[in-house]
Design a protein around this ligand. Structure first.
Ligand SMILES: NC(=O)c1ccc[n+]([C@@H]2O[C@H](COP(=O)([O-])OP(=O)(O)OC[C@H]3O[C@@H](n4cnc5c(N)ncnc54)[C@H](O)[C@@H]3O)[C@@H](O)[C@H]2O)c1
Length: 363
């Protein structure tokens, strides 16, 4: 099975996200048509390289004589200036050309770093994404955000740089750990809330069974890709609608901040944040009920670190966000399922109640 979702950013920028299993033939025919050189750079997450590197290399060798594999150390610390510099040096010293493609294979870390290397070397070389984590498949490989962290904050250096194609082979997921499924699932639930509530039911069935890349997971992943593509196409540079993708995230970032990064996963934090945002919306009279998230609570709670209980500190953390102006916190709320909007929050007592409510679900 495979299916291509077209992304049209502008008249000059169009590419496909191929979603399926065993995508060698799609990859080979795309590269044969698109590239004339004999070399490809493959920046691949170190762990993914151990698990799937042979398959990726074999696939590339069907098109390119010279396949240069560059393993990227696992983890967020790889999104740094020093790592970026390391790969830029390798490419330039080896005489990379404007037409030489670079493929990023791995989760969001390798995708963001590899994407930014491709965006910046020689003012941009062709980029391919091959996401291997659930989060990268449904979120980070789509939309063209690339970048690295700075010691003053996350993702502060980077560029919007669209790939030439994305090859989303769901069979990579068979080796993904449960904690990483959770991270990706939070984003899929976000798409359910802001676009297509049918996903709630589909995901409930899947979570009750096994976490393996079967056809049903493929369907949910394809639908998630479609939703992200739809939003990105309308707002590639994040000037408006793309902000809806932050549903649950303003709450979630405050939780991550207070718990300490690394203790609570991003997905767990966003999950709690989505319950708080849904409760807030319902208290404004909008017809949404956070019970939609109930079937997933025990799943997310399983490995969750203890949550901070100090609501004042959580609200202070939300206020300290760089985007907050005049103490007005911008929240993505729901008019109804599938209908997000931006709310300028000045009602801190409702915010407090929403935090209390969401945290109590995890007691
Ligand atoms: N560019 C964007 O639009 C965007 C959007 C969301 C998140 N992000 C970024 O994405 C990053 C998080 O991405 P992530 O959650 O994928 O993290 P990650 O890249 O660190 O991958 C998570 C873990 O999964 C492992 N892994 C990946 N694929 C695997 C597989 N098939 N089998 C076994 N293990 C596998 C990796 O080795 C790693 O340990 C953050 O840096 C975040 O800022 C970017």
């Amino acid at each position: 099975m495979s299916n291509t979702i077209d992304v049209q950013i502008s008249q000059l920028q169009e590419y496909g996200v191929v979603v399926g299993r065993q995508l060698t033939s799609s990859f080979v025919s795309f590269c044969n048509d698109r590239f004339f050189g004999d070399r490809i750079y493959v920046m691949i997450d170190e762990k993914v390289n151990e698990l799937h590197g042979n398959r990726v290399e074999e696939m590339c060798k069907q098109v390119f004589e010279n396949v240069r594999i560059l393993p990227v150390p696992e983890g967020e610390t790889s999104k740094s200036l020093s790592e970026w510099n390391k790969y830029i040096n390798i490419l330039l010293e080896e005489g990379v050309e404007r037409s030489t493609p670079l493929m990023a294979v791995g989760g969001g870390v390798t995708g963001d770093l590899g994407g930014y290397v491709a965006a910046s070397v020689l003012r941009g070389i062709p980029l391919l994404h091959m996401p291997t984590s659930l989060l990268a498949m449904v979120d980070s490989s789509i939309g063209g955000k690339t970048g690295i962290n700075h010691n003053t904050g996350k993702n502060l250096i980077g560029a919007f740089y669209q790939p030439d194609a994305v090859f989303t082979d769901v069979s990579f997921l068979k080796t993904l750990e449960q904690s990483e499924w959770i991270t990706g699932m939070a984003e899929i639930l976000k798409y359910a809330a802001i676009d297509n509530p049918d996903i709630f039911e589909e995901l409930e069935v899947l979570v009750g069974k096994s976490l393996s890349p079967n056809e049903q997971w493929g369907k949910v992943i394809r639908e998630s890709v479609r939703i992200k593509v739809d939003i990105v196409q309308q707002d590639a540079l994040e000037a408006g609608k793309r902000a809806y993708l932050n549903f649950g995230h303003t709450f979630g970032h405050a939780l991550e901040n207070l718990t300490g990064y690394g203790k609570l996963s991003h997905g767990e934090a966003v999950f709690v944040g989505m319950i708080a945002a849904t409760y807030y919306s319902s208290q404004l009279g909008h017809p949404v009920d956070d019970n939609a998230f109930a079937p997933f609570v025990s799943f997310f709670r399983e490995q969750m670190a203890e949550l901070p209980r100090n609501v004042d500190k959580l609200i202070d953390s939300m206020k300290s966000d760089k985007k907050v102006k005049n103490n007005t916190i911008r929240l993505v709320l729901l008019n109804g399922w599938g209908s997000p909007y931006i709310h300028e929050c000045t009602n801190y007592s409702l915010l407090e109640d929403s935090w209390e409510y969401a945290l109590a679900r995890f007691n």
